[in-house]
Ligand binder design. Structure first.
Ligand SMILES: NC(=O)C1=CN([C@@H]2O[C@H](COP(=O)(O)OP(=O)(O)OC[C@H]3O[C@@H](n4cnc5c(N)ncnc54)[C@H](OP(=O)(O)O)[C@@H]3O)[C@@H](O)[C@H]2O)C=CC1
Ligand SMILES: O=C(O)CCC(=O)C(=O)O
Ligand SMILES: [Mg+2]
Length: 417
């Protein structure tokens, strides 16, 4: 297929060195996916804010060369009506190593499977990293929102997101149900006709690489604890195994020792000598404790579906998904991505909060080692919120705030850098 992507005339590719570390030129080419729905609103604002931060931080010595690549509805316009996720996009993200995307629509029930999930799986971006922190002045339903300071490591490649499920009434569903009954001795499928079936693969390898990344993050960022969040009392060989393998990684790869006979354990941060506690909690209890005792949780490692729920719940505690950033990380490739979806009712209205994808870009700049530009974005965000110049989602919950459009919030952020 001929290329549909216009490559920038300037700019160089990010490379990996022999140890797998990024080698970032001063003018890296960064592929971006605009996104469906409000993608058209937030992505251009993100690009303007990042360009302004980089310009202010480095005065022209560094510059991102943006390269639009396609997925979702825009891809069907560019590549043809059935092409939702072109191979060219996957190839270019792999080649250029660092990319950023807006949200992509997934229909509920039938229709195409999630393109967001497909990108993560196709590129083996096995960590979904979602930091949750409070910006002073942000409206929150909590009395002390500043106590919520967590970093979610969501497993991104397994669990029921693998998409192995069979629709009720199809020959495939009937075949799987008959196999479970006839060959596996399953007796507890309550209604075995017109019954959909989903499969939840959970592996030691998948768990190990996620938990290793979370524990390494604790070491590198001087964090106090890592909590495995699971529903292992009910799903013993998937969620329960995730918990057991997680503890095993801590003991065998980080030298953690049991606390009071276990299963909690701890090890010393080799950089600081401080103790890092490794613990676990059942997912439903976790969801009430993050409201009642958020200060007890720090880095969170959890499976794919739990991580999806926990991301939005924690985001709400510190102001909502309008400012919740994220990254999908693999070995050598990363796609930065807002936590929210396409919010179709607001699409094209220049209304929503662009903070989520802007803060995802802030994570991207840190990933590139461009910390000065990243710090400016944080400063701009703090300043705009403190000045009460905000988009509708915050304005409706704040007293005496000034309502800004999506693009004007971007400008306010730049003004406060
Ligand atoms: N990674 C991705 O690309 C994701 C894609 N999706 C997809 O997005 C589509 C819509 O999903 P839906 O469940 O409605 O979730 P959305 O996150 O799109 O929207 C839910 C609500 O969250 C609020 N919201 C979302 N984004 C913003 C923003 N930038 N600023 C302010 N408020 C915001 C709005 O609340 P209010 O109405 O109160 O103003 C909105 O109605 C689905 O197809 C889903 O699959 C969903 C999540 C992630
Ligand atoms: O892929 C989707 O449509 C939803 C994904 C999602 O909710 C998430 O990654 O948090
Ligand atoms: Mg989600």
């Amino acid at each position: 297929m001929t290329s549909k992507v216009v490559k920038p005339e300037q700019g160089e590719q990010i490379q990996l060195d022999a140890n797998g570390a990024l080698v970032v030129p001063n003018n890296p080419v960064i592929p971006y996916i605009e996104g469906d729905g409000i993608g058209v609103d937030v992505s251009p604002v993100m690009i303007d804010v990042v360009n302004a931060a980089v310009e202010k931080a480095y005065g022209g010595d560094k510059k991102i060369e943006w390269m639009e690549v396609y997925a979702g509805e825009k891809s069907t316009q560019v590549y043809g009506s059935e092409v939702w996720l072109p191979q060219e996009t996957l190839d270019l993200v792999k080649e250029y190593k660092v990319a950023i995307k807006g949200p992509l629509t997934t229909p509920v029930g039938g229709g195409i499977r999630s393109l967001n999930v497909a990108l993560r799986q196709e590129l083996d971006l096995y960590v979904c990293l979602r930091p949750v922190r409070y910006y002073a002045g942000t409206p929150s339903p909590l009395k002390q929102p500043e106590l919520t300071d967590m970093v979610i490591f969501r497993e991104n490649s397994e669990d029921i997101y693998a998409g192995i499920e069979y629709q009720a009434g199809t020959p495939e569903a009937t075949k799987v149900i008959n196999f479970l009954k006839d060959e596996m001795g399953a007796t507890k499928i309550r209604f075995d006709t017109d019954c959909g079936i989903g499969i939840k693969p959970t592996s030691k390898a998948g768990t190990t690489r996620l938990v290793k990344a979370a524990l390494q993050y604790c070491i590198d960022n001087d964090r106090d604890s890592m909590t495995l969040v699971h529903k292992g009392n009910i799903m013993k060989f998937t969620e329960g195994a995730f918990k057991d393998w997680g503890y095993q990684v801590a003991r065998e790869e980080f030298g953690a020792e049991l606390i009071d006979g276990g299963p909690w354990c701890s090890f010393k941060n080799p950089n600081t000598g401080k103790e890092i506690i490794v613990k676990d909690v059942i997912a439903d209890a976790f969801l009430q404790q993050i409201l009642l005792r958020p200060a007890e949780y720090d880095v969170i490692a959890t499976m794919n579906l739990n991580g999806d729920y926990v991301s939005d719940a924690l985001a709400a505690q510190v102001g909502g998904i309008g400012i919740a950033p994220g990254a999908n990380l693999g070995d050598g490739v990363a796609i930065f991505e807002a936590t929210h979806g396409t919010a179709p009712k607001y699409a094209g209205q220049d209304k929503v909060n662009p903070g989520s994808v802007i803060l995802s870009a802030e994570m991207m700049l840190r990933h590139l080692g461009w910390v000065e530009a990243a710090d400016l974005i944080v400063k701009g965000m703090e300043g705009a919120i403190k000045a009460k110049t905000v988009t509708y989602d915050f304005e409706r919950l704040m007293d005496d705030a000034t309502l800004l459009s999506c693009s004007d919030f971007g400008k306010a952020l730049v003004k406060n850098m």
